[in-house]
Design a protein around this ligand. Structure first.
Ligand SMILES: C[S@@+](CC[C@H](N)C(=O)[O-])C[C@H]1O[C@@H](n2cnc3c(N)ncnc32)[C@H](O)[C@@H]1O
Length: 533
C-alpha cells in the first residue's frame, strides 16, 4: 500500500497484478505496462511545467505515471480514468491514502471533454483495429476536435489527440505509443493535427533490441508535446537501450533549447503525407513499390551460442590431441572470416579442415567413449560447466539443437549484408544468423534460387539497410528481428520472363561471372516507383 510519503518506484505492482489475472483479460483491455524508468522520464517532462497543478492520467492501469510524479512532487491534483473494474479495484487499494488522486471508472474517450490540465501523461490502449468501437469513438473525436480522420485510425492516437485538446496554457503532455502511426496511412491526418496544434516538441523512437511491451510487435515512441509558444521546432531522437534514457533526460532539462544539429525540424517543414521514418532514419525502401516483410519469405534466427567457444570448437589437430572422433563432432562454421564466397560448398569445408581451421563443435553423442567422457571431465575441471550459458543447459555440454540453415547472413557488416548459400549443409555459430525458408504457404512456396539471387542483389542490401543498427565507423549490425521485420521486394510478383532472366544471371554468377548488376536492373525495372526512374 502507498503511504503519503512513499510511492512504489518499480514495476512490482504491475508484475503481481499480471500474475493474478489471465493473459486473456490483459489482452481484452490492452494492458501492457510501462517500465518504471520510462514512466519516470516521461514524468520529468510533465514536471518541467513550472505551474503544474492539475494532472490527467487517461489510461490509469496501476498508475505508474502518477507514482512517478507523486514521488517527485506531492502538491498536485491527479485525475485518472480506467475502464477495467478489476485493475481499477487494485489501483484504488494502492492509492487509497492518496487524497489528491481521484480515480474514475469511466471510458476516457467519452468523458471529461470540457476539462483542461497542466499535465497529461499516458500509455494508451493499443488494439487491433477491429477490437474496439471505432465508428462511435471516431465520431466523438471528429465532433469535438472539428477535424476529419481516417476510418482506420487506431484508438491510441485518438487518446493522444483528445489529450492535446485538453492541455491548458503551458500544459504538457507525454505519451508512449506504438510508432506505427508515424509511418502508416491512417497516421497522416493524426500527424496533420499534431502539426496544426503547434504542440509537438519531441518524438523519441525507442529502438530496443527487445520489445519493451511483452508482445507488441511494433516499436514504441515517446511523444512529448507542450502547449506553449517557446519553440517552433521538433526534434526526433532514437534510443537503443535503457542507458540512452540519460540523453533524453538532458533534452528534457534543456527545453526549450533544442539542439540545432541532429534531426531537428521546423514544425511547419514537417510533411504529414510521408512516412516520418524519413526524419529519424535514412530510408531506401521508399523508392520501391510492392514491398513485403522479409518474414513473409523466411525466418531469421541467431546461430548456435556455445557459452565457451574455446572449449567447444575443434580443429583436426585438437580432435587428434583429445582423440575425439567425428561421430562426436558437429561440422560447424565458427568464424565468418572462413567464408570467402557467396556459396559455401563441401569442398570449401574440406579445404578448411585440411588447413586445420576450427570447423567442428564438440557434440558428445557417445557417452560410452572414454575420450568423450574425459573431455567432459576436463570441461568440468576448467569450470566450463559453471559459465552463464552452459550452467543453464542440461547436460551442460549439450549444444543448441539447430538444423543447418540453407542460407546464412553475416551479423556485422561494413559493406552491406553478406548472404551465403550453405551448400555444405553444416551448422553455424553466432557470427552468422540462420535463414530458414518459410514453407507454410503451399501456393507461393518460394524458389530458393530466386530468393537467393534476390538476396545477392545490391537492391536487396540497400533496402535491408533501412533496418540496420549503426555502430559508427560504417559498421552495421543486424539482429535477427531487424531482418525479420525488414522489407524486401515481393519477388512472387515477378513474371516468368523476369524470373528466368534472373535465374540465368544467377547461374552465370555462380560460375564466376560478375553479373549481379544485371539482376539489379531487372529488379529496378519491376519495382522502382516511376517518379524515381
Ligand atoms: C497500456 S495500459 C497502460 C497502463 C498504465 N498506465 C501503464 O502505463 O503501465 C492501458 C490501460 O488503459 C485501460 N483502458 C483501456 N481502454 C480505456 C478507455 N477507453 N478509457 C480508460 N482506460 C482504458 C486499460 O484497462 C489499461 O489498464
Amino acid at each position: 500500500m502507498i503511504t503519503n510519503k512513499r510511492y512504489i518506484t518499480d514495476n512490482s505492482i504491475e508484475n503481481s497484478y499480471s500474475e493474478s489475472v489471465s493473459t486473456l483479460h490483459r489482452k481484452e483491455f490492452a494492458q501492457f505496462f510501462t517500465p518504471f524508468p520510462i514512466a519516470d522520464l516521461m514524468a520529468k517532462w510533465i514536471l518541467g511545467n513550472d505551474n503544474l497543478k492539475t494532472i490527467l492520467e487517461p489510461a490509469f492501469g496501476l498508475g505508474v505515471f502518477s507514482r512517478a510524479i507523486l514521488n517527485r512532487k506531492k502538491d498536485v491534483e491527479i485525475k485518472g480514468f480506467e475502464v477495467d473494474s478489476i485493475i481499477f479495484k487494485n489501483a484504488k487499494q494502492y492509492f487509497n491514502n492518496t487524497k489528491n488522486c481521484n480515480l474514475i471508472l469511466q471510458d476516457y474517450m467519452y468523458n471529461d471533454w470540457k476539462n483542461k490540465y497542466d499535465g497529461i501523461i499516458c500509455n494508451p490502449p493499443y488494439f487491433k483495429f477491429h477490437d474496439y468501437d471505432n465508428k462511435n469513438i471516431l465520431k466523438e473525436i471528429e465532433t469535438n476536435l472539428k477535424c476529419k480522420l481516417n476510418g482506420f485510425t487506431n484508438l491510441y492516437t485518438l487518446f493522444l489527440l483528445k489529450s492535446i485538446h485538453q492541455l491548458s496554457q503551458n500544459g504538457r503532455c507525454a505519451y508512449i505509443v506504438p510508432s506505427e502511426f508515424l509511418n502508416s496511412d491512417y497516421g497522416k491526418l493524426v500527424k496533420q493535427y499534431l502539426i496544426k496544434s503547434k504542440t509537438l516538441r519531441h518524438i523519441i523512437v525507442i529502438d530496443f533490441e527487445e520489445n519493451i511491451f511483452d508482445d507488441a510487435l511494433t516499436t514504441a515512441s515517446i511523444i512529448l508535446c507542450a502547449n506553449d509558444n517557446l519553440t517552433e521546432k521538433v526534434q526526433f531522437s532514437n534510443i537503443k537501450s535503457m542507458q540512452d534514457l540519460n540523453k533524453i533526460d538532458i533534452l528534457i532539462r534543456e527545453y526549450p533549447n533544442l539542439s540545432d544539429t541532429k534531426q531537428v525540424y521546423l514544425l511547419s517543414d514537417l510533411n504529414p503525407d510521408i512516412k516520418w521514418k524519413a526524419y529519424y532514419q535514412k530510408q531506401n525502401s521508399i523508392n520501391f513499390k510492392n514491398l513485403v516483410p522479409f518474414s513473409t519469405y523466411a525466418k531469421v534466427v541467431r546461430g548456435i551460442a556455445t557459452g565457451s567457444n574455446g572449449y567447444f570448437t575443434f580443429n583436426i589437430s585438437k580432435a587428434k590431441e583429445y582423440s575425439i572422433d567425428e561421430q562426436n563432432l558437429l561440422p560447424c562454421i565458427c568464424s565468418a572470416k572462413d567464408v570467402k564466397n557467396s556459396f559455401f560448398t563441401s569442398q570449401d569445408f574440406e579445404k578448411l579442415k585440411l588447413n586445420d581451421k576450427a570447423i567442428f563443435l564438440f557434440n558428445a553423442q557417445n557417452l560410452n567413449d572414454k575420450n568423450v567422457v574425459s573431455y567432459i571431465k576436463k570441461g568440468e575441471s576448467d569450470k566450463i560447466d559453471k559459465k552463464y550459458l552452459t550452467a543453464s543447459r542440461k547436460p551442460w555440454h549439450s549444444i543448441e539443437n539447430r538444423q543447418p540453415a540453407p542460407i546464412w547472413v553475416s551479423v556485422f557488416n561494413r559493406t552491406g549484408l553478406r548472404f551465403i548459400r550453405n551448400e555444405a549443409n553444416i551448422s553455424n555459430l553466432t557470427s552468422f544468423h540462420c535463414v530458414y525458408l518459410k514453407e507454410s504457404d503451399l501456393f507461393s512456396k518460394v524458389n530458393i534460387d530466386l530468393l537467393f539471387a534476390y538476396l545477392l542483389s545490391n537492391t536487396a542490401k540497400l533496402i535491408f539497410t533501412d533496418q540496420a543498427r549503426e555502430y559508427g565507423n560504417g559498421l552495421q549490425k543486424f539482429e535477427p528481428n531487424d531482418l525479420n521485420k525488414a522489407l524486401m521486394l515481393n519477388i512472387n510478383l515477378l513474371d516468368n520472363d523476369s524470373v528466368n532472366k534472373i535465374l540465368y544471371f544467377y547461374n552465370l554468377y555462380k560460375q564466376g561471372f560478375d553479373c549481379i548488376g544485371e539482376i539489379d536492373k531487372i529488379l529496378i525495372e519491376n519495382f522502382t516507383i516511376s517518379s524515381y526512374q
